[in-house]
Structure formats: structure tokens, C-alpha cells
Design a protein around this ligand. Structure first.
Ligand code: NAD
Length: 405
């Protein structure tokens, strides 16, 4: 909300329009039972929030985490509205989640929870109304169960109801790496802007999941030195650089990052303060705060996660001359290729990976250039510039459509 208010202050929005854009359009809270493997029945709480439907059907991920709450889902849904608008995608913003720890559930329990949650939120979901995608704690398999549940209720297959699905059921090539690829492109562009040589630049990444792992691997392929990575349990640091593929292999076999040969242990919090050229928080929100922003040593922060930097930290980093490439720009590769996936599903006509990556590259580069130019011209942060472009676009569409009735 504070980020939105800061951007809205720069725009001549009518009061009622500003209030409308600040509020979620629809919110659904569901409490539902799941049969556990041991024969007990557990109650879970889930959410689906549509922040805005002005630009089109809503789009946004589904999160499985013990911390999921309505307010978190609301904030994430609002960010999705601005992200889609910034990228010129014909989507509004949504987000969903279930308060649960997926690591404590068996595969069968996870499947039953997912199918029941999908049934519960099905009044809000549909290929023309609201299209979920993966987020923290969910993956392509979870999307496959949601697609199947929705299709069973309809009586025919509806692949376009979710994105980030496995390719065999209508997923898109390039989607699983898309957020990480977008981050790689944006890091390259931001490094150029700051005159930091991209090849050889030292990169520290918090979060080694869908986003962090792909970003690490693709940046490494471009010649960047990945000095540190971490997951929720801990991380590893080597100032001479890590091989992300070998780290992933170690994580798969050892089920932990710690113990990776030739690296020192580092906590997810301490990783943020390591000396590096580029810091990529790619785990969860609220990691760079008023408390630790003064100790960040990076030349640039590229937000892989949604909302990793608090407004207090933003102000401190701006004072210290450390640019922050905001989430709605830096991690927009995911929703952009989700858009390509949805278009392909609706047309039942599939593109090559080269086509996907070329379209993504073009959109990310042109949007970064637009935001960077506005930030420079108006002497504002990249975040405020990105939000101004996005909020203005939604407000223009809203005023053009008119206030119903
Ligand atoms: P994921 O579940 O695949 O990975 C999350 C990573 O963060 C894991 O390594 C996990 O161990 C770590 N983590 C989780 N909680 C943590 C905590 N409390 N402290 C430290 N580390 C923690 O999730 P993801 O899909 O990679 O998403 C990561 C971030 O990127 C989220 O903010 C998400 O909203 C955002 N995002 C994801 C996508 C996408 O396509 N998946 C797109 C845009 C933005």
C-alpha cells in the first residue's frame, strides 16, 4: 500500500479512483477438510483474491506456506496487477494461497489438498476469468492437479485454466525458467546502466527454488560469478564462485545446501550482507529491512521475490545510491511467459523455445528501458517509475471503460 501511495502521489488520480485501485476487487476465504494418510481429518484455510479485473482476466500464483494470510495474499494480488500492466499484458492481478507446510505433507495429501482447494475456489477460477500459476511451495505438478480438477468438473480438458503446467498437458517450453531468465536479462541491463561489467560480476542469491535456481544457472551461463545461494535452511558462500548445477545436484541428493564441498556456510540473513555486485533476494517478502539495509554491500539489488524490500529499506538504499530493480519489473518474466502459455493453450498452437525466449527478451529489455528513462528524467527510484507506468495504465483503462453502471 505504501508503494502504491507513493506512486499515486505523482499521478493526478481522482480520489475515488485512487481508493478503488487501492482495494481488492474480490476476496474469497475457504475453510476445507483434507483426509490425511493416518486417517485423521485436518482443516485448512485457503484464499483467492482478485485485486483488479480492469485490464482483463486476473492472473497470479498460488502459494503454499504456513505464513499465508489474507493480507499477504492481498498485497501479492495488487503487485500482480501492476506487474501485468507494466508488461502490457491483458491481465488483472490475483493471488491465492493455502496456509500449510507442503514439506510436511505426503504427495497424496498434497494432491487431495490441492484438488479440494481448487474445487473450493472454482467459482472464481476459469480460463476467461482467473488463471492461477505456481508460487512459493507450489510447482508444475500442483498446476496439473488444478487443471485436472477443473477439467473434471467441466467434463472436458481446459488446459488454459492454469499456467506453469507440465509441457505434456499444454505447458509452454521456457516457462519453468522464465522468471529466472527475466531476472538474468534485467540484471544484464541494470549492470550496463551502472557500468558494472556483466561477465565476471559477483552475484548473491537468497532463495534457491524455481526463481533463484534458474536465475543462478542462467547468470552463471552468462559468465557471472555466483558467490552465494541459500534456501530456508541455510546457504553456501564461496567468493571464487559456485557452480549452480553442482549445487542443485548436491541439494537433490543431500536434501540440504549445507555441506556443499568447497564453500562456507552462510545464513539466509547474512547472505544479504555479503560483498557482491548484484544481490538477488528470490525467497520471500520483507527480507531487506530498515534494520539491515545499511549493511547491504551490493552495487545493485534485483528483486527476484515479490516484496523483498520494505519501504524503510528502500529509503535507506536510495540514500546510499544502491539502485533497486523492483519486483514488478525484475521478476515479470514469469507472468510474461505465463501469458504466452495461455495464448498458446487458447489457440492450441505451440511456439518454439527460441520464439518464447526472443519475445521475452524483447519485452523485458524495452520495459526496463522505459522505466529506467522515466526514473532518470523524473529523478525518482526505479520502483516509483515502474509503478507510475503501471498504475497510470490501469487508471487510463478504468476511465476509458467508465464506472459501471
Ligand atoms: P519456491 O518455493 O520454488 O522457492 C522459494 C525459495 O525460498 C526456496 O529455496 C526456499 O527454501 C526459500 N525460502 C522460503 N521461505 C524462506 C524464508 N522464510 N527464509 C529464507 N528462504 C526462504 O518459490 P519461487 O517460485 O522460487 O518464488 C520465490 C519468490 O519469487 C516469491 O516471492 C514469489 O512470489 C516470487 N515469484 C515467483 C515466480 C514464479 O514464476 N515461480 C514469478 C514471480 C515472482
Amino acid at each position: 500500500m505504501r508503494q502504491f501511495e507513493a506512486a499515486a502521489d505523482h499521478l493526478a488520480l481522482k480520489r475515488g479512483i485512487r481508493e478503488y485501485l487501492a482495494a481488492p476487487n474480490r476476496e474469497l476465504v475457504v475453510h476445507f477438510p483434507v483426509a490425511m494418510d493416518d486417517g485423521t481429518i485436518r482443516l485448512f484455510t485457503g484464499y483467492r483474491v482478485h485485486h483488479s479485473t480492469v485490464l482483463g482476466p486476473t492472473k497470479g500464483g498460488i502459494r503454499y506456506s504456513p505464513e499465508v494470510r489474507l493480507n499477504e495474499v492481498r498485497a501479492l494480488a495488487m503487485w500482480m496487477t501492476w506487474k501485468s500492466a507494466l508488461m502490457h499484458l491483458p491481465f488483472g492481478g490475483a493471488k491465492g494461497g493455502v496456509a500449510c507446510d507442503p514439506r510436511q505433507l505426503s504427495r497424496d495429501e498434497l494432491q487431495r489438498l490441492t484438488r479440494r482447494y481448487a474445487s473450493e475456489v472454482s467459482p472464481l477460477m476459469g480460463p476467461k476469468s482467473d488463471i492461477p500459476a505456481p508460487d512459493v511451495g507450489t510447482n508444475a505438478q500442483v498446476m496439473a492437479w488444478i487443471m485436472d480438477t477443473y477439467s473434471m468438473h467441466r467434463g472436458y480438458s481446459v488446459s488454459s485454466v492454469v499456467t506453469g503446467k507440465p509441457i505434456v498437458i499444454g505447458g509452454s517450453v521456457g516457462r519453468s525458467d522464465a522468471t529466472g531468465r527475466g531476472i538474468m536479462i534485467i540484471t544484464r541491463e541494470a549492470a550496463r546502466l551502472r557500468s558494472i561489467p556483466f561477465a565476471g560480476s559477483r552475484v548473491a542469491i537468497q532463495g534457491f527454488g524455481n526463481v533463484g535456481e534458474a536465475a543462478a544457472r542462467l547468470l552463471h551461463e552468462q559468465g557471472c560469478k555466483i558467490v552465494a545461494v541459500s534456501d530456508i535452511d541455510g546457504g553456501v558462500y564461496n567468493p571464487d564462485g559456485l557452480d549452480p548445477r553442482a549445487v542443485l545436484q548436491h541439494l537433490r541428493t543431500a536434501r540440504t545446501l549445507t555441506g556443499y564441498p568447497g564453500a562456507q556456510p552462510v545464513s539466509p540473513a547474512k547472505l544479504l550482507e555479503l560483498p557482491c555486485d548484484v544481490l538477488i533476494p528470490a525467497a520471500i517478502e520483507g527480507q531487506i529491512t530498515g534494520e539491515n539495509a545499511g549493511r547491504i554491500q551490493a552495487g545493485i539489488v534485483v528483486e527476484g521475490a515479490n516484496g523483498p524490500t520494505t519501504p524503510e529499506a528502500d529509503a535507506i538504499l536510495a540514500d546510499r545510491g544502491i539502485p533497486v530493480v523492483p519486483d514488478i519489473l525484475a521478476n515479470a518474466g514469469g507472468v510474461t511467459v505465463s501469458y504466452f502459455e495461455w495464448v498458446q493453450d487458447l489457440q492450441s498452437y505451440f511456439w518454439t523455445e527460441q520464439e518464447i525466449n526472443a519475445h521475452l527478451e524483447r519485452l523485458m529489455v524495452s520495459t526496463f528501458a522505459r522505466v529506467a528513462a522515466l526514473a532518470q528524467e523524473r529523478r525518482m527510484t526505479l520502483r516509483t517509475a515502474a509503478l507510475i507506468v503501471a498504475v497510470q495504465r490501469v487508471a487510463d483503462a478504468l476511465m476509458t471503460r467508465g464506472i459501471y453502471p
